[in-house]
Design a binder for this molecule. Structure first.
Ligand code: URP
Ligand code: ZN
Ligand code: ZN
Ligand code: ZN
Length: 521
């Protein structure tokens, strides 16, 4: 057989199987053969020796914010920014671009990112929004990429005319909606509008489930008592705030018979609600992130203002029991995907000011002014491999399932997510375990453009040795060797996981499902 590249003798892992001493034959960017002793010895075909090393499908990170404006927790700040129509300074800006963000992705074994084209409340069309993100990404990516749309103004025109066009023309088959954050938050009525439209189109709706009113009430009352330090971000939204909204979101999804994915789930309570829905066979999916598996709320209690680095929403939890519940949710399949929620906001920005201290927060800062989110696109895959697989918490197959295979199926990346003939040769090759010297992570090792990592000091027992995107080595032995602009936009198909069931809670159903126009069906 004629190959461009053969990966020799790896321990090849898919979501279902492990093969020892297995070769992968690659031609024109695709995997064309998987087997033992593929012929390539003296033919001058390029080879990579993977003896003694795991070879896994490249990571697919389906929750990555790049070059995105205005995501923050402070309502007043967002209003100023949005009405001004300009960024006052660098706070509250997702600072990694497609260049630095995807450089960071490949350096951590990720080969495809799905980022957000973000509609703001006063954008009355999605067309310029998606065009703008195409412009930002085109020719600027080291790995393959696709877009979700953040819907924050779901008008009739957008849902009925523009969204179908986004599916057809751009292959965008998922949207994210918010139940919190003033600049994005939808009313319950609007959530029903969105689910009604997405069900018809076969689009998956990602939902950020937190109760905005509870957060506002708690924030105000904490401020009255002077409880404004960074970690009180967590005090203001205990697990029940996520659980209540998760339950509400699932209720709407059941009412509308529409598939949903609950994003960045942080607590045991919400996890159990999702599991219960799945047990009833509702098309309800769950996503969690490494910060909820590997960090606890003490990361927000560092000296001075340092805790601001670990402020994200939902917050990193106080109780080890929540963290355990998230691990259990990975193990038992409640979580379909593990994403980073890479939200690259710098700690120090313009004029040496610290994140969240510049906007009416006063010299000590107030948690409500700290922009939410933390960087993690580079650490996601190695964290789960080292802290999950190598610690014996999950199998290599489960690792592949949640970091690559399920994300590909849920979001319709038809040629990605596994190692089999016909699939893109997107691969991560690890170090043979006995040759690897464990190390403690520092931010200097990172390839993002952010001035910290929340995982500073965490020990890693392995790290991707090579990352290949469509058969090309883009990261090797600590160096990004890929070409800027090699990454291609991916038009996606619809989810191949279970969808609507045509089960309804009353006599009501969408008009397009009614067979006769006059009589009652
Ligand atoms: O705190 C977070 N998660 N920031 C990123 C935006 C989001 O809601 O995912
Ligand atoms: Zn979110
Ligand atoms: Zn306190
Ligand atoms: Zn996010």
């Amino acid at each position: 057989m004629d190959f461009d590249l053969v990966i020799k003798n790896g321990t090849v892992v898919t979501a279902s199987d492990i093969w020892n001493s297995c070769d992968i034959g690659i031609k024109h960017g695709s995997i064309i053969a998987v087997g033992t002793n593929l012929p390539c010895k003296d033919s001058g075909i390029e080879t990579i020796d993977a003896q003694g090393a795991y070879v896994t499908p490249g990571g697919i990170d389906t929750h990555v914010h790049l070059s995105q404006l205005y995501e923050a927790s402070a309502d007043s700040l967002m209003k100023t920014q949005i009405t001004d129509g300009k960024i006052p300074d660098l706070a509250n800006y997702m600072h990694d671009t497609y260049d630095t963000g995807t450089r960071s992705a490949v350096a951590g074994g990720t080969t495809t990112v799905v980022t957000f084209a973000s509609q703001l409340r006063d954008d009355d069309s999605l067309v310029p929004v998606v065009e703008e993100y195409h412009k930002l990404a085109d020719g600027q990516s080291y790995c393959d990429y696709a877009f979700h749309i953040i819907l924050s103004n779901p008008t009739k025109k957008i849902l009925e005319e523009e969204l179908p066009m986004m599916v057809e023309k751009h292959g965008i088959t998922s949207v994210k909606i918010y139940m919190t954050y003033k600049a994005f938050q939808l009313k319950d009525y609007e959530i029903l509008d969105v689910l009604h439209a997405t069900r018809k189109l076969g689009v998956t709706t990602m939902i950020h489930a937190e109760n905005a009113d509870v957060i506002d009430w708690m924030t105000e009352h904490l401020e009255e008592q002077g409880m404004t330090a960074p970690h009180h971000h967590g005090t203001s939204r205990p697990p029940i705030v996520e659980a209540e909204a998760t339950n509400r979101a699932i209720s709407f999804a059941e009412l509308m018979d529409a598939p949903v994915l609950l994003v960045h789930i942080s607590g045991g309570h919400a996890t159990r609600i999702i599991r219960e829905a799945q047990t009833r066979l509702l098309p309800v999916y769950g996503e969690t992130c490494p910060q909820y598996l590997f960090l606890l709320a003490d990361s927000m209690k560092k000296e001075g203002f340092e805790g601001a680095k670990c402020v994200c929403s939902p917050p990193i939890r106080e109780e080890a029991a929540d963290q355990e519940a998230i691990w259990t949710g990975i193990q038992n399949g409640t979580f379909t995907t593990l994403s980073s929620d890479h939200a690259p906001i710098k700690y120090g920005f313009a004029g040496g000011k610290l994140r969240g201290l510049a906007h009416g927060g006063g010299p000590e800062g107030k948690f409500q002014y700290i922009p939410n989110g933390l960087p993690g696109v580079e650490t996601r895959v190695p964290l789960l491999f080292s802290g999950g697989v190598l610690e014996g918490r999950i199998s290599p197959q489960k690792f592949v399932e949640v970091t690559s295979t399920n994300p590909a199926k849920l979001y319709g990346l038809a040629k990605k997510g596994t190692i089999a003939p016909g699939f893109d040769a997107d691969l991560t090759i690890w170090y043979p375990q006995e040759t690897f010297k464990p190390f403690k992570l520092t931010n200097e090792m990172m390839h993002h453009s952010i001035d910290y990592t929340p995982f500073e000091g965490v020990e890693f027992k392995n790290w991707p040795r090579y990352t290949l995107v469509r058969g090309k080595v883009v990261f090797s032995h600590g160096e990004v060797v890929g070409e800027l602009g090699y990454g291609k936009y991916q038009k996606r198909t619809k989810s191949t996981l279970a969808g609507p069931r045509d089960k309804w809670l009353s006599e009501w159903r969408p008009a397009y499902l009614r067979k006769s126009v006059n009589g009652d069906a």
